[in-house]
Write a protein that binds this ligand. Sequence first.
Ligand code: ZN
Length: 314
Amino acid sequence: MRLSYGLSFWSTKGQWVTNLSQPCLRGSSGLFVPPSPPLNPEKVKEFQRFITLSKKLLVMTGAGISTESGIPDYRSENVGLYARTTRRPIQHSDFVRNAAIRQRYWARNFVGWPQFSSHQPNPAHWALSTWERLGKLHWLVTQNVDALHTKAGSQRLTELHGCMHRVLCLDCGAQTPRGALQERFQDLNPHWGAEAQGLAPDGDVFLSDEQVQSFQVPSCLRCGGPLKPDVVFFGDTVDPAKVDFVHSRVKEADALLVVGSSLQVYSGYRFTLTAQDKKIPIAILNIGPTRSDHLACLKLNSRCGELLPLIDPQ
Ligand SMILES: [Zn+2]
């Protein structure tokens, strides 16, 4: 399984780093959202019917739901990170094995955190939270690590790939809030931050080798072990117990709605296979093709934040 996210991307050329949360909200959130056709009223009606008929709806979300909050995805044509940059996510094995790589990762993550953590839910997140409150939602599964569903109040939620807002000790497994780590970074690097504010025109942050090497990375307060964001990096696998849990929720559901995911990553795709196996109808809301379009009874190429708030969950 291959996954990704995080604040930092290795550049093939050196030390430039993408700040994922580069503001793009000058009047609209369109920078990272692929173009989509106008809403088709007939399709909206069909979608409303799909939602109305379901009494135990499982929703699975991906990066496409957060692009309208200003967080770019990876795979969208022209606007995704893969299309716009040469940067690629960090590999799990590199992070675990190499202290220098962890130091560079955390230095960049420290710089990007204030913006990344400030992103807010958009109308699509709020709609799903409302559906839960009104009893429409059986369970919500997200591939995102941005905490936006939690910020919108969703509770019946599995974060399949973890969450950037938590930190994990690689040795003892202790979980701590990422916000608290930011304070420890600041305490250990009181003069470092001021030097690291060189923003390039495209929002990248330049960190020299000297800056990275002088960056002090705190370790676990309980055991002194190395810290890692509580997310599944590329090359790592999702906890099997979590996968089993989601499979169970899918089997209990009477409909599956995929929102903002191309399902290219197997960790999400497999749940559509389970739904198909159990003859659970699938609807997909995503701009652009997905790996499971052929399994879906309904496919909508619309903006999540435009369409979901139009649907009456009752
Ligand atoms: Zn520890």
